[in-house]
Ligand binder design. Structure first.
Ligand code: ADP
Length: 562
């Protein structure tokens, strides 16, 4: 159906409906006309039959008059009912196509013998007394005619010539048939030509058909006209409007002119929709414009920020370069001479110690030089490490390490310091402490810093203990550095791990230091996955704990396999 337009569908449908109804109408009309013609012919035939019956009756009633002379003597004239009836029928039929005649199965004249249609009617009448007439279209002398046959019932008037006894001669010298009252004596047969009626019938049918065709054509034309004006017209306007909307035109509306209420409502809906689309379109355009402006502004801002970032990056690169230059300068220009000074002081002290009566004052001076150089070197190392950490270049080189080895190595550094500060220094590494994964150097620096602080902040005669053990509950390795020195107030225990934090500036001068040691301890621990904490009481000493998680412990089996 998609291939056909509404007009084509309309035409095909209307034509089909027209043809079907036309055929049905023609058949029906023909049937009705035939029926009416037959009824008219029947009525005509019945009228003829009644007229002939009247003639017959008249002749019967007039026998007493006809068959007597004026002197009152019986004088049979031969004008009995049958003869007159037949004669009137013959006269009536002469010169036209109508035929009126009498017939029975055993006629006195051979001319009255029944033909096929009449014989059929007589048989029906004899078989059933209720059937009085028989009619229909049938052939008569080779042409189709309307045939009507009506039964003639025997009455008293018939018995004189046709009654009993059979075989006796009647008044006309004919042998009596021996009929009885109420029996079927014969029939009147009427033949009516149908040419005229048939041509009238055909005229009627043709006239009706022509009227039907005309009416249908007028109705079809009106339907098409109404459809074209009230449906196709607005539809074509809508079609153009839809195309206009489809091709991007926003201001589109369809006129309601000539549209019916229903189509007008559709047009109004379309106009409302088109207006809505236009509004949405305009809003969309505005939004797109706004968004484009926003994007432009955002782009400009981003470009400005990118320029700022480029400048910042260049500055940072410069600063990084500067830092790197500074580091290498510090490393080379300060460390190298300092190491030379320490070596010189060490050599001088050794030589002075070996010589007899060495200058004590000189030795003390070399001792001070060596001590302060160590402090300076440690500060420089700390600063370098902080700088490395900031530059992100401080990395842990993890390997399997023995806490016992680290403690032994740290001892060699701390023992002289402890001696100088007259502090007792002990180390205990329990046998169940496992090997752990970590950076040997950084762990050593952690312990050196913690022990250095402990010695520094413990008065003469105090003690510093390093105790390494394995926590039975968690499996973690705990390395504790405890002292019975000056202690740290609770409020300071958090911040001492921040850079350049020293609890008491007066003590700083007394104990020396830069405030970087614990900050480095925290960072060394963090990059290895260790944790550092402090417990302390002012005036009673401090305990710093390095917790190496059990996950970093190395099982003995693994070491052996390695
Ligand atoms: P510093 O170079 O000053 O030692 P640290 O970062 O190592 O810097 O220590 C920060 C501060 O923490 C110290 O100045 C000191 O006040 C305090 N502190 C560190 N260890 C101890 C300790 N064992 N006993 C008392 N105070 C300590």
């Amino acid at each position: 159906m998609r291939k056909f337009g509404l007009k084509a569908v309309y035409l095909v449908t209307l034509t089909t409906v027209f043809l079907v109804t036309f055929v049905a109408f023609a058949v029906f009309d023909l049937h009705v006309q035939q029926k009416q013609t037959e009824e008219a012919l029947l009525e005509e035939a019945r009228t003829f039959a009644r007229e002939m019956d009247a003639v017959w009756q008249f002749m019967d009633n007039s026998q007493n008059v006809i068959n007597y002379s004026s002197a009152g003597e019986f004088d049979f004239k031969g004008l009995h009912c049958s003869v007159v009836g037949k004669s009137v029928g013959a006269i009536f039929s002469a010169g036209n196509d109508y035929t009126i005649r009498y017939t029975n199965f055993n006629p006195r004249s051979a001319m009255d013998r029944p033909d096929e249609f009449e014989a059929e009617a007589l048989s029906l009448f004899n078989e059933n007394k209720e059937v009085r007439e028989h009619y229909g279209m049938a052939l008569f002398q080779g042409e189709e005619r309307f045939r009507y046959v009506q039964a003639l019932t025997v009455d008293d008037s018939c018995l004189e010539c046709h009654g009993e006894p059979a075989g006796e001669l009647d008044i006309t010298e004919h042998v009596k048939e021996g009929w009885t009252l109420e029996s079927v004596g014969g029939a009147i047969s009427i033949v009516i030509p149908i040419d005229q009626q048939r041509s009238a019938l055909m005229d009627n049918v043709i006239r009706d058909a022509a009227f039907f065709v005309l009416l249908t054509l007028v109705i079809g034309a009106v339907v098409l006209l109404v459809t074209a004006v009230f449906v196709f017209g607005p539809m074509n306007r809508m079609k153009s409007a839809f195309s206009a909307v489809g091709s991007g035109r926003s201001r589109v509306s369809v006129s309601r002119e000539g549209a019916t209420r229903d189509v007008g409502e559709v047009i109004e809906c379309f106009n409302a929709m088109a207006e809505e689309v236009r509004t949405v379109y305009i809003n969309l355009e505005d939004q797109v414009t706004d968004r484009t402006l926003d994007l432009q502004r955002a782009n400009e801002k981003l470009e400005r920020q990118r320029d700022d970032l480029t400048a910042l990056s260049a500055r940072l690169q410069q600063e990084a370069q500067f830092k790197s230059d500074l580091l290498s300068m510090v490393n080379h220009e300060l460390r190298t001479p300092l190491t030379a000074i320490i070596t010189l002081a060490q050599t001088s002290l050794e030589e002075g110690g070996q010589g007899e009566g060495g200058n004590r004052g000189e030795l003390r001076s070399w001792g001070e030089v060596q001590k302060n150089s160590h402090i300076l070197l440690e500060m420089i190392d700390n600063m370098l490490d902080i700088a490395r950490s900031d530059a992100g270049s401080m990395k842990a080189v993890c390997e399997v390490m023995d806490i016992g080895d680290i403690v032994a190595s740290v001892r060699s550094t701390i023992d002289p310091l402890a001696n100088r500060f007259r502090v007792r220094f002990e180390t205990h590494v329990e046998s169940d402490v496992p090997l752990v994964n970590g950076d040997f150097e950084k762990t050593k620096r952690i312990l050196e810093n913690l022990l250095g602080n402990a010695v520094k902040f413990t008065p003469d005669g105090g003690s510093v203990v390093l105790h390494a053990k394995c926590d039975s509950d968690s499996g973690d390795v705990l390395v504790r550095v405890s002292d019975d020195g000056i202690g740290i107030a609770v409020c300071d225990q958090e911040r001492i791990f921040d850079r350049f934090v020293q609890v008491d500036s007066t003590s700083t001068r007394k104990y020396n230091g830069s405030g970087l040691g614990l900050a480095l301890v925290k960072e060394y621990a963090a990059i290895q996955g260790f944790d550092v904490s402090v417990e302390s009481e002012l005036g009673r000493g401090s305990v710093f704990t390095v917790r190496i998680p059990a996950s970093l412990a190395v099982a003995d089996d693994d070491v052996e396999e390695d």
